[in-house]
Design a protein around this ligand. Structure first.
Ligand code: UDP
Ligand code: MN
Length: 279
């Protein structure tokens, strides 16, 4: 480990990077499909997976085979009290999820490790992507966007436009920003009810809004079908239940989206967007 606590399997190959986070084998499955989808867009940006010790060599191997840069890290050095408040049971009790179900392999505390991307100062520009997303069209234009851009958390109603979703965002790595974040994160009694998402909304109160097409949430498929147009979806985000959970409560309603994810997760051809069914 270097003194920033990160350790990479190879040097950076570009000044821009798409970055995701993986802390367990389930999200490694997601990251493999995601990174394959990003590679298929023909980007020249680096592909990076931040991973903790919760992921084995064998789980990382498919990512290495795609040429992804693997950067080992620890969870953030947050206090025991902070960790207890954001433990899965405590968080689900204090701020229940009523719209969908989080899989059993989702550990809320792990989300905060996303902030480590600000330590990736080899890169001038980063786009962070949750491991449960797929890139369906080239998004390199986002590297020219300022920090901090994210799409609204739209999956049910117009009121959702007031909130941000932290599954896709633009960032400029900086040691100073990372240190400022750590100083603002773990304050006495603070509770970030939706973890990194609530924190980032607080840290960047003037976040710039991306179009929802950069972070199309899967529930839009059945809640707001008028908003769905395959030709404009750039990033698809499987929020709540994951497409590799078999089965899950919404699987029947999301079948075409799950089939699409499976095509990317495999090694065969992926369908053209023009051939996908409308909601
Ligand atoms: N994550 C992880 N391990 C966890 C929880 C989260 O690696 O136990 C990472 C992963 O990249 C994941 C992201 O943090 O995509 C956010 O979690 P998730 O996508 O499950 O949340 P949702 O989009 O459903 O709110
Ligand atoms: Mn997600």
């Amino acid at each position: 480990m270097s003194d920033d606590g990160l350790s990479a399997n190879r040097p950076a190959r570009a000044s821009r990077a798409y970055v995701t986070l993986v802390t367990n084998p389930d999200y490694a499955l997601g990251a493999k499909a995601l990174m394959r989808s990003v590679a298929l867009t023909g980007t020249s940006a680096d592909l990076v997976v931040l991973h903790t010790g919760g992921v084995s060599e064998a789980d990382l191997e498919p990512l290495a085979a795609l040429g992804v840069r693997l950067v080992a890290c620890d969870l953030l050095p947050t206090s025991d009290a902070f960790n207890a408040r954001h433990a899965r049971k405590a968080l689900h009790g204090a701020a229940p999820f009523t719209k969908g179900e989080k899989p059993s392999f989702h550990t809320p505390l792990d989300n905060f490790a996303k902030l480590r991307l600000w330590q990736l100062t080899d890169y001038s520009d980063v786009v962070f992507l949750d491991a449960d997303t797929l890139m369906l069209a080239n998004c390199d234009a986002l590297f020219d966007y300022p920090e901090f851009c994210a799409a609204p958390n739209v999956y049910e109603s117009l009121a959702d436009f007031h909130r941000m979703n932290s599954g896709v965002f633009t960032a400029k790595p900086s040691r100073a920003t990372f240190d400022a974040m750590l100083a603002a994160l773990d304050l006495p009694d603070v509770f970030w009810r939706r973890t990194d998402q609530t924190f980032l909304e607080h840290f960047f109160p003037d976040w710039h809004g991306l179009p929802v097409t950069y972070n199309m949430l899967q529930y839009v498929w059945f809640n707001m079908p008028d908003l769905w147009r395959w030709s404009s979806v750039k990033i698809l985000h499987y929020q709540y239940e994951k497409p590799w959970q078999d089965p899950h409560p919404k699987a029947a309603a999301l079948r075409p989206l799950i089939d699409l994810w499976r095509a990317y997760a495999g090694d065969g051809p992926v369908p053209a967007l023009a051939d996908l069914p409308d909601p």
